[in-house]
Design a protein around this ligand. Structure first.
Ligand code: GTP
Ligand code: MG
Length: 378
C-alpha cells in the first residue's frame, strides 16, 4: 500500500509547504514542521514578509509627472501643502513623494475634520498627524485641520500659508479624494486677483498632467498637482460603487465588541481582526456609518466570509476576493503598556484596543496598507 502524506499549503501564498529547497516556493524550515505544523501555517518567505510590518513591502504607484513637478518645487525651495483625508489616512505615506519633499517646508492639512465626533479634540488629530509625518522624516512647519461644516476659519489658514511661504510658490499635493478641490474652492471664495496673471489649468511643462495655477503675486503661484495614487487604499482594490458604503458621509461610527482569544471581527469581506492570544477586552472599530462588522470565532472566519459573499449580511462585500490568496495577513504583538493602539486599514477602518501583550492578526486585501501605532483618538 502506498504511504500517504498530508499536503499543506502556506496560508498566505498558497504554495505547497516543503523543506527541501530554500529557493523553491513554499519553503518552511524543517524545525518548524518537526515541532508540529502550526494551525495557520506560513512558508518562511511569507512569514518574514508578515514580520516586515507596516507596509514596507507595499507597491506605491507613483506618478512620474508628480515627481517631475516636485523637482521644480525643490529647485525653487517652494512650500508644500500636503493634504490628507483624516478618515482614510493611516500613516503610510508614498515613499517617493516623501523623499522629494523631505527637504522642503511642508504644511500638512488634514481634511474631513467634521467626520470625527466632537469628543475627538483637534490636538489629538494634530498629534497623530505630527507623529506619522515625523516617522518618515518630515517635520511639518504647521498642521491644520479642515472640515465641511466646522468653524475653522479659512482666513487663518490663508494667513498661515502666507507666513510660511515667504513669497515663494506653493505646491498643493494629496491623494485622490483628499479634499484638494474643496480646499482650493474655499481659498478662492475671498480671493481677489491683484496680479497680471489669470487663474488657469494648464499642462505642466515637460509632463502630460494638468495643473491648476492660482497667481499669488506677479511672481508666485499656487500649483494644485494631479491626484496622487491611492494604490494602497482599500478603495483602489474594490468595485467603485462600494465607495458608497466605505467612505463616510456622516460622523464616523465607533462600534465596540468585547471579545477574547479565539474570536475575530470581520468587516464586510474586506478585513478581519483575529485575537490569536490575549485576555478578553474591548475592541473598538471606527468606520463609516454604512460599514458593518460581525464578531465570530476564529475558526469560522473562512466559512462566514464565504457565506457573506453570497448573502451579503455584513457589508461591504467585494466580488473580487475569493480565497486566502486574494488577501494579505499580518500579525502584531502589542506591548503590554495599557496604552490605546490602532491597527488601521487604509481607506476602510481602524481597530483600537489597549496594549496588553496580546497577539492580533489582520487579514486584508492584497496590497492594502495596514499600520499599527498609538491611537489617533486617545
Ligand atoms: N465631510 C467632508 N467631506 C469632504 C471634506 N473635504 C472634501 N470632502 C469630500 O471629499 C470628496 C473629495 O473632495 P475633493 O475636494 O474633490 O478632493 P480632491 O483631493 O480634489 O479629489 P479628486 O476628486 O480626486 O480631485 C468630495 O466628495 C468632498 O465633498 C471635508 O472637509 N469634510
Ligand atoms: Mg479635485
Amino acid at each position: 500500500m502506498a504511504t500517504a502524506k498530508r499536503v499543506i499549503r502556506c496560508h498566505n501564498c498558497g504554495a505547497i509547504l516543503q523543506s527541501d529547497s530554500k529557493k523553491e516556493p513554499g519553503f518552511i524550515s524543517r524545525a518548524i514542521i518537526e515541532n508540529g505544523v502550526p494551525k495557520i501555517p506560513y512558508c518562511n518567505n511569507c512569514y518574514e514578509k508578515m514580520l516586515t510590518l507596516n507596509s514596507s513591502n507595499l507597491e506605491h504607484e507613483t506618478d512620474k509627472d508628480i515627481i517631475k513637478i516636485l523637482n521644480d518645487a525643490i529647485a525653487t525651495d517652494s512650500l508644500i501643502v500636503w493634504m490628507v483625508d483624516l478618515f482614510s489616512f493611516n500613516g503610510t505615506l508614498n515613499p517617493d513623494v516623501v523623499k522629494k519633499v523631505k527637504k522642503l517646508n511642508v504644511v500638512v492639512v488634514g481634511s474631513k475634520r467634521d467626520l470625527f465626533p466632537s469628543s475627538v479634540t483637534d490636538s489629538m488629530l494634530i498629534r497623530y498627524l505630527d507623529e506619522r509625518f515625523s516617522e518618515v522624516g518630515i517635520n511639518p512647519v504647521s498642521i491644520n485641520l479642515i472640515g465641511n461644516e466646522d468653524k475653522i476659519d479659512i482666513e487663518d489658514m490663508i494667513k498661515e500659508f502666507r507666513e510660511k511661504r515667504k513669497y515663494r510658490d506653493i505646491y498643493l499635493i494629496g491623494e485622490v479624494n483628499s479634499g484638494k478641490s474643496t480646499l482650493v474652492n474655499k481659498l478662492l471664495k475671498n480671493y481677489v486677483n491683484k496680479t497680471k496673471w489669470q487663474i488657469k489649468t494648464e499642462v505642466y511643462p515637460g509632463t502630460n498632467s494638468d495643473v491648476l495655477e492660482i497667481p499669488l503675486s506677479n511672481s508666485s503661484f499656487l500649483y494644485q498637482l494631479p491626484d496622487m495614487s491611492n494604490s494602497t487604499s482599500v478603495l483602489s482594490k474594490v468595485e467603485k460603487d462600494l465607495a458608497k458604503i466605505i467612505v463616510p458621509k456622516k460622523e464616523i461610527v465607533m462600534t465596540r465588541r468585547f471579545i477574547g482569544e479565539g474570536s475575530a471581527i470581520i468587516v464586510g469581506n474586506l478585513a478581519c481582526l483575529y485575537i490569536i492570544k490575549g485576555r478578553r477586552g474591548s475592541i473598538r472599530v471606527f468606520m463609516s456609518e454604512k460599514t458593518e462588522i460581525k464578531a465570530v470565532s476564529n475558526e469560522k472566519v473562512d466559512d462566514i466570509m464565504r457565506q457573506n459573499k453570497r448573502k451579503k449580511f455584513c457589508r461591504p462585500v467585494s466580488e473580487r476576493f475569493n480565497s486566502f490568496r486574494d488577501y494579505d495577513m499580518f500579525e502584531y504583538e502589542l506591548e503590554d503598556d495599557d496604552l490605546r493602539h490602532d491597527i488601521s486599514v487604509e481607506g476602510l477602518c481602524w481597530f483600537s484596543t489597549r496594549g496588553r501583550g496580546q497577539i492580533l492578526r489582520v487579514l486584508l486585501p492584497k496590497g492594502v496598507a495596514v499600520k499599527e501605532c498609538l491611537s489617533k483618538v486617545r
